[in-house]
Write a protein that binds this ligand. Structure first.
Ligand SMILES: [Cu+2]
Length: 190
């Protein structure tokens, strides 16, 4: 209850406010039973900062945050052709904001699309390669190219440093079937 109010409060702060300070304040708040010291206006103190440094760096996520792949659907048969070789994928997020990489505002993150891979380690930055696509500008849709066959897609959100939240905010892993060909039979040039 208190935490939720503080998250809302933090979300209303100007972006020039250091989100890290807010997070540290939350992370080190004692489970104060009616404590008179739990004042929202309290400035971060050096003791709190040093304790936070020693703690894991995972950014907290609200328990009701989730992401989902809006398209394609799980089990979808997706057709590609020389005139339509790309596969559109769009991402949905609820109860968590989408913000560019490098943003440290509480309750935000950016999308990552995992293609044909299991979840990466959740306590370090998500790899950046053709199987782990980062949408660090805050994009919520993309077009991907996949060869014909069966493929899996999964969304995983991460914080400003590309590290998944705690608990991780991720979609169900879906399976799609790509059919057709992006290149015309016998196409020699262009
Ligand atoms: Cu990223």
């Amino acid at each position: 209850m208190i935490r939720r109010q503080m998250l809302v409060y933090a979300a209303l702060l100007p972006t020039t406010w250091t989100a890290a300070a807010v997070a540290q304040d939350q992370g080190t708040s004692p489970p104060a039973a009616g404590s008179a010291t739990a004042k929202p206006e309290t400035a971060p103190n050096p003791d709190a900062a040093s304790k936070a440094d020693a703690a894991p760096k995972r950014t907290p996520a609200p328990a009701d945050a989730y992401v989902y792949i809006g398209w394609p659907n799980d089990g979808e048969v997706v057709h590609i052709s020389p005139t339509s070789p790309h596969i559109k994928v769009w991402f949905g997020a609820r109860n968590i904001g989408v913000a560019p990489a490098g943003t440290y505002k509480p309750n935000t993150g950016h999308h990552h699309l995992l293609i044909d891979v299991p979840l990466p380690p959740l306590d370090e930055p998500i790899p950046n390669d053709k199987n782990h696509l980062h949408f660090g500008l805050g994009q919520t849709e993309t077009y991907i190219d996949l060869p014909p066959g069966t493929h899996t897609l999964q969304l995983l959100m991460a914080d400003g440093d590309h590290i998944p939240h705690d608990p991780p905010v991720m979609s169900k892993k879906i399976t799609i079937s790509v059919r057709g060909s992006a290149t015309a039979p016998g196409a020699a040039q262009q």
